[in-house]
Design a protein around this ligand. Structure first.
Ligand code: AMP
Length: 405
């Protein structure tokens, strides 16, 4: 099937061709026609399925029919990284139109955003907190908004953003077309759907199971040997870009430092880094000067590097949804990926949960030649440090916490 069937504006088709897309992905086939008809939609799809273009293309098509220079469409993203990437996708696909977009998020000055907003934009990609700041200060005019996309709604919920989303919805006056994308549908998101969407069409790609172009394996290992095993794995596997997940920000820093000391081109990515350092880490990972990114869950949200060959869970994700999100970074369209998870005895329950969703046992592997019985140092070098109170990493979470299933 080709993109021609959607009857998109020729200038948008030029953008599609320039991106090298020849065939629409399944989520695009399902979502583009109802969006173009003006229907509200729920898109149940994870990253890596082409979901961004599934909403960006019909949104751009409609914007071309509206008066320019007024915000006709808004995408709400849970993180700065995802907002940046979505904005890049918009710019790439809108390259041959004269539509203007900006990303709006906190951690950078408001002034520059205000100036750009005043100069006239058609589409914004925003994180909820900063968008509300602009609404409350009347530095943004959403009175012409016709399309609203709530992207990665489940992650928004995890990060405690649902109250902000509801506040934003209350500030929008016009009847609008609303699109909500989520990899999973916890009850709070269902409630939001009932409040915000009108007779939505649901489009769904698979369940919350991880993409099947990924091979999954687990490496049982003692906690104190994890970083050693990571180094040994990185030395013996042929890898391209590697994304390593840790449970805490502190641990991401320490592991990245240890890898650097051992000669790897590694860096850490987490929410405590200043915006310019986060951007530098992401840019380095994208252009290949950084080969190994050591990240926490929320910081890694929205990372879109097509050459990620391996995702390594140095620490077990909290549950199967978090696993799905992490693994969604590899095995993207037309590519194969490997997901390695280091597990200790304490992770048995999550392993079982993942196996249930995958409907197959996870392959248990051992790295040849690795000394699995090496003694623990007196103070384990890589003991995970949980935050006081035993909670999660706390990457900017305001509420929510563990996902309810
Ligand atoms: P997403 O699920 O939106 O994060 O997209 C994942 C990746 O797929 C991005 O790098 C997109 O540029 C790419 N992509 C989206 N649509 C297509 C398509 N129809 N053909 C090939 N690649 C695509």
């Amino acid at each position: 099937m080709s993109f021609e069937i959607f009857n998109l504006h020729p200038s948008i088709m030029e953008g599609v061709r320039a991106q090298g897309y020849t065939e629409p992905t399944p989520i695009q086939v399902q979502a583009i026609p109802p969006i173009m008809q003006g229907r509200d939609i729920i898109g149940l799809a994870q990253t890596g399925t082409g979901k961004t273009a599934a909403f960006v293309l019909p949104v751009l098509d409609r914007l071309l029919k509206l008066q320019r220079g007024r915000i006709g469409a808004a995408v709400i993203s849970p993180t700065r990284e995802l907002a940046e990437q979505t904005c890049e996708a918009v710019d790439a696909l809108a390259k041959y139109t004269n539509l203007k977009s900006i990303s709006i998020y906190g951690g950078v000055g408001m002034e520059q955003q205000v100036r750009r907003l005043r100069s006239g934009v058609d589409i914004i990609v925003a994180c909820p907190g900063r968008l509300l700041d602009h609404i409350w200060k009347s530095t943004i005019d959403l009175s012409f908004l016709e399309m609203l996309v709530i992207d990665e709604a489940d992650r928004m919920f995890d990060m405690g953003f649902l109250p902000d989303i509801r506040s934003i919805l209350r500030c929008l006056v016009r009847p609008r077309q609303t699109m909500l994308f989520s990899a999973t549908m916890p009850p709070d998101i269902r409630r939001l759907v009932q409040e915000a969407l009108r007779i939505p069409v649901t489009v769904q790609i698979g369940h919350s199971a991880p993409v099947d172009s990924v091979s999954h394996s687990i490496y049982p290992v003692k906690q104190h040997l994890k970083t050693k095993l990571l180094t040994a794995v990185l030395r013996s596997f042929e890898t391209d870009s590697v994304l390593v997940f840790t449970r805490t920000k502190h641990r991401a820093d320490r592991v990245a430092l240890q890898l650097k000391r051992t000669g790897f081109r590694a860096t850490a990515l987490h929410g405590d880094l200043a915006q310019n350092r986060r951007q530098a880490a992401l840019d380095g990972f994208r252009d290949g000067s950084v080969k190994i990114l050591v990240a926490t869950d929320i910081a890694a949200r929205g990372i879109d590097v097509l050459s990620i060959s391996h995702v390594i869970n140095l620490d077990m994700p909290e549950n199967v949804d978090a696993y799905t999100h992490r693994i969604g970074r590899t095995g993207r369209i037309d590519q194969k990926g490997d997901a390695l998870t280091f597990v200790t005895a304490a992770d048995a329950a999550v392993v079982r949960e993942i196996e249930e969703v995958l409907k197959a046992p996870l392959e248990r592997r051992k790295l040849q030649g690795f000394d699995y019985n090496a003694a623990a140092p007196e103070i384990p070098a890589d003991a995970p440090r949980r935050p006081a109170g035993g909670g999660r990493t706390g990457q900017g979470q305001r509420s929510g916490g563990a996902r309810r299933r």
